[in-house]
Design a protein around this ligand. Sequence first.
Ligand code: APR
Length: 247
Amino acid sequence: MPFSIPPGLIESLRKARAVTVLTGAGISAESGVPTFRDAQTGLWAKYSPEELATPEAFQRNPKLVWDWYAWRRDKVASVRPNPGHLALAELEARLPAFTLVTQNVDGLHHRAGSKNVLELHGNITRFKCFDDNDPVESWHPTPEVPPRCPRCGGLVRPDIVWFGEALPVEALLAAQKASAESDVFFSIGTSSLVYPAAGLPLLALEGRAVVVEVNPNPTSLSRQATHSFQAPAGEFLPELVAALWSR
Ligand code: APR
């Protein structure tokens, strides 16, 4: 069903000098990526994410945490970017100063062709050393699980921001700047509950950006947003792209 896209939004996007987009788990829902909590099925149902996604959990039982991420990594590898991810890559190609900020760790924005992506919560396909936080690209083959950092012998862990850990400072500062300076800001597929990401649309509103929400369910942002579309991202965003460049 076609969405009614207000002419005012088309005009704001055509005039915009800077556009910032924040995405959350909802943008990947139509690809079939289980959300954090939905991921707790089958073998893993007896563990809560807090028991698996913390530095303490990794110290307590590194193999358990490694195996959970390996399972989630396999799930992500088996799905593909959906029309919502692809529409965002197209918007980036056609609009000036486009920044995509994501809370997702699935890497699907990169796979869809997005370039200027700030990953606030890390990426499940990358690794780092538990002891010194430096990136680990590869390791010597070993039956040991998790493997060891080839430089220092520390345990290798996923490059994910766990509960209780700080967000990557540079990415967060860049996201805050891009939000505050944007002319149009999109909040897509996020429940707007988890800070500091949930503060980004508020920075955009303070900077007088046009704020657009895309989410089938209302959130705490819905009433403040300039435009709130209660729709699945994979259906709404391709129509927005079509409306922008067909009229
Ligand atoms: N299109 C757009 N939005 C959707 C879709 C869809 N097809 N399907 C679901 N949604 C919306 C839901 O209505 C919900 O508001 O996506 C949102 C997902 O919310 P959360 O699961 O809370 O995900 P997110 O906001 O990304 O969570 C933030 O919290 O769990 C931690 O670290 C994890 O990065 C995550 C953070």
